[in-house]
Ligand binder design. Structure first.
Ligand SMILES: NC(=O)c1ccc[n+]([C@@H]2O[C@H](COP(=O)([O-])OP(=O)(O)OC[C@H]3O[C@@H](n4cnc5c(N)ncnc54)[C@H](OP(=O)(O)O)[C@@H]3O)[C@@H](O)[C@H]2O)c1
Length: 291
């Protein structure tokens, strides 16, 4: 377990520590099951970029404020599959679709004081292959094995948000003032939580998967009520602002830790940004937010 980087406390109990949210607006993906169910509501099929785009547009039109976007939806360690858009389903659901949602909702997040962007990553980002370049869809559309497909997406989520943070800070998305323009942007790891994701690993690896899950079970035992804490802390706690938790990886309940060296790699981050833009523009068309 990595060490905490200077937060005032390590615990966050949603029952006591979430402040009054009256009048605030939150959007959470992957709310139908698992950890997201502990956070909130189901949104749209991220395996279909046109549908994701429609939902994103409707939300962007309707919302006059957005206090937090929590991108929690995710495919777990599971078999290689391509979506109807012709993209590795792991990259599409976990990365490209939720990057699109984030970019489409960025304007409303930017005008809401003290807003938050939270993507649910994982410690398993540390297990991504070191040879990856994140340069082309051809590279994404290779069956590199269930575990590596998942780990790559968890790394890519961190790279995407780090690139977004530096671009917003450099005012590529408009003026940044004291209170608005730059949301609090963080990735989270929920812990080892007992959810349906373990079934996906069994499907991918058959009997080996059963053995793997049995071996991993002691580390994937915590209930959803624990697994939602780091994301809820990132999305709601006033301590994020007072303790300046920005561009960070938060692990349960509220510790800031260093991500992997790969997650801090500026070339990889730039490549992922370019690839995301290329994929989204080729499948959806011109996008207002991708500079
Ligand atoms: N469980 C852990 O120990 C653990 C550890 C590290 C990170 N995480 C991360 O935590 C997040 C939640 O995982 P979980 O364990 O709660 O998994 P889960 O129980 O399998 O829930 C995944 C959620 O994502 C949604 N989802 C999957 N594919 C989707 C799609 N194509 N379009 C829209 N929604 C989709 C699911 O909705 P449907 O059921 O409707 O498909 C469900 O609400 C994931 O990002 C995962 O990588 C989990």
């Amino acid at each position: 377990m990595a060490s905490a980087l200077g937060l005032s406390s390590n615990t966050f109990d949603p029952d006591k520590d979430i402040p009054d949210l009256d009048g605030k607006v939150y959007v959470v993906t992957g709310g139908s099951a698992g950890i997201g169910y502990g956070i909130v509501a189901h949104l749209c099929n991220l395996e279909d970029l046109k549908q994701t785009d429609e939902v994103a547009k409707q939300l962007a039109q309707k919302l006059t404020r957005l206090d937090a976007l929590v991108c929690n939806a995710g495919l777990g360690v599971g078999i290689y599959n391509e979506t109807r858009d012709g993209i590795d389903s792991h990259m599409q659901v976990n990365v490209f679709a939720q990057a699109h949602l984030t970019l489409m909702l960025l304007p409303v997040l930017q005008k809401t004081t003290d807003s938050r962007i939270v993507h649910q990553s994982s410690y398993l980002h540390k297990g991504a292959t070191t040879s990856m370049k994140l340069e082309s869809l051809h590279e994404m559309n290779q069956d590199i094995c269930a575990m590596l497909l998942y780990n790559r997406t968890k790394l890519a989520q961190i790279l995407f948000l780090r690139q977004l943070y530096s671009r917003i800070k450099a005012t590529q998305f408009g003026t940044v003032t004291g209170n608005t323009g730059l949301p609090w942007i963080n990735t989270t790891h929920p812990g080892g939580i007992k959810t349906d994701q373990q079934a996906q690993a069994v499907e991918a690896y058959g009997s080996l998967g059963k053995i793997g899950v049995a071996v991993a079970r002691p580390f994937l035992k915590d209930p959803v009520s624990q697994g939602c804490r780091s994301a809820l802390f990132a999305a709601t706690s006033p301590d994020i602002a007072t303790e300046q938790v920005q561009n960070s990886l938060i692990v349960p309940d509220r510790k800031v830790v260093e991500p992997s060296k790969q997650a801090l790699d500026k070339t990889l981050s730039q490549n992922l940004w370019n690839l995301t833009k290329q994929v989204l523009e080729s499948k959806i068309g011109n996008l207002p937010c991708t500079t």
